[in-house]
Design a protein around this ligand. Structure first.
Ligand code: DX5
Ligand code: ZN
Length: 219
């Protein structure tokens, strides 16, 4: 079954608790939280304090996407704040295996993230150790960007790789997921669809999520 993960980056932060409750009531599966440090990406967003606040208003798993340098220094804090899933960008980790083990030791599910230009070869010696791979389908840093079409071939190739190894690793896709792109992305092999602006920018979250489900139910 495919999962839908609204990214709170596009939520109204003045009403964050209500926004989270609204997407939960609308049928979201995970809550995606984008952590940016102004170094790895130009933008600065949220820290463990906000994740802990989100934790208090929802039962849904919180999926923390770390777009930060030196992620090892912050993994424990995000796990303690209640992140069920934590992913690190492979480009930021000299000791990727250590970061993944640290996420596990902290009791969260580990994931690794690939930028659009990062090759699948970087997964060779880490794929067996992670619960999910996040394929970035925009350059990280901002919501509301256009889906990079070449991501579809990458998702398909990753699906093959996972199948050939007999793994059950989830593929998450993040960036430019909307009414127009979601069917192709699901058909290419994505399991978890992150959507920020397409959900929080819509008038009726429930209608949007239901419409997404309708478009991906065949895959
Ligand atoms: C981008 C973030 C995404 C972002 C997606 O750097 O990782 O999670 O919120 O936004 P949309 O769905 O608007 O492309
Ligand atoms: Zn993200």
């Amino acid at each position: 079954m495919k999962l839908i993960a609204p990214s709170i980056l596009s939520a109204d932060f003045a009403r964050l608790g209500d926004e989270i409750k609204a997407v939960e009531a609308a049928g979201a599966d995970w809550i995606h939280a984008d952590v940016m440090d102004g170094h790895f990406v130009p933008n600065i967003t949220i820290g463990p304090l906000i994740v802990e606040a989100v934790r208090r208003v929802t039962e849904l798993p919180i999926d923390v996407h770390l777009m930060i340098e030196n992620p090892d220094n912050y993994i424990a804090a995000f796990a303690e704040a209640g992140a069920a899933y934590i992913s690190v960008q492979v480009e930021t980790c000299i000791h990727l295996n250590r970061a993944v083990q640290l996420i596990k030791d902290c009791g969260s599910h580990p994931g690794v993230v690939l930028n659009p230009s990062t090759t699948l070869a970087s997964l060779e010696w880490i794929l067996d150790d992670v619960d999910y791979v996040l394929v970035m389908s925009v350059n990280p840093g901002f919501g509301g960007q256009a889906f990079i079409p070449g991501s579809l071939d990458k998702i398909k190739a990753l699906r093959e790789l996972i199948k050939n190894r007999g793994l059950s690793t989830l593929i998450e896709v993040d960036g430019g997921v909307n009414e127009k792109t979601i069917a192709e992305i699901a058909s290419a092999g994505a399991d978890v669809l992150v959507a920020g602006s397409a959900i929080f920018g819509s008038r009726d979250y429930q209608k949007t999520i239901q419409s997404f489900r309708g478009k991906i139910s065949d895959y």
